[in-house]
Design a protein around this ligand. Structure first.
Ligand SMILES: [Zn+2]
Length: 201
């Protein structure tokens, strides 16, 4: 049955769902059918969870990971104060490293990479905030975990240059992650090895 044979309200939902990443019209239709038949309470719970997420989730004032308080759960955990800061491009990359279980320090989420062609400069990727943290927190090691893409590499080298004159060890994860790869699609074991095999940068 083509979606045009559905009532407009249903077609509208399917169109919205199909815009979500990873979903085509077919899976969007399946989800819409599931929701249509699910108990009202479950569907309302889902709608409420989406609404609350939009209203309450913001970025951590220190590391820019997502949180619903001022500081995220990692920044507010004293056990994570190891003197290490792992610099990642995105929250998705942070979560991938967390799942590997190979790292116990804190993070700094750049929320992007340097991309001169798209006019993304250092002020757009939280570099100033990062340098401020180095002054304020007792940081002994910075682990640069940007992706091994050309922008990720350029960003890593930019940060390395900024850190040259500072008394901080700088390492870069690399081992096991292919060039052009993406941290969030890297399996747990490879990522764990990459983190453990990080090298001075
Ligand atoms: Zn945080």
């Amino acid at each position: 049955m083509s979606s045009s044979a559905y009532p407009p309200v249903l077609t509208g939902l399917i169109k919205r769902l199909a815009r979500l990443p990873g979903l085509g019209e077919k899976s969007a239709g399946r989800i819409a059918m599931y929701l249509l038949q699910a108990p009202a309470q479950e569907v309302e719970g889902l709608a409420e969870a989406i609404r609350r997420m939009k209203q309450e989730v913001r970025t951590c004032s220190r590391c820019f990971h997502f949180t619903d308080e001022d500081l995220c759960s990692i920044c507010s955990d004293p056990a994570r104060e190891t003197g290490e800061i792992c610099v990642v491009e995105s929250t998705a990359d942070l979560l991938a490293i967390e799942q590997s279980g190979a790292y116990k320090g804190r993070y700094h989420v750049l929320q992007g990479v340097l991309a001169p062609l798209d006019a993304v400069g250092p002020e757009d990727i939280r570099i100033g905030e990062f340098l401020k943290r180095l002054d304020e927190e007792k940081v002994s090691e910075v682990i640069i975990a940007t992706n091994p893409s050309s922008e990720g590499e350029a960003t890593a080298h930019y940060i390395l240059r900024l850190l040259k004159s500072r008394p901080v060890r700088v390492s870069r994860i690399a081992y096991g992650i292919p060039m052009g790869g993406d941290l969030k699609y890297t399996d747990r074991v490879t990522l764990e090895r990459a983190m453990k095999g990080r090298q001075a940068f």
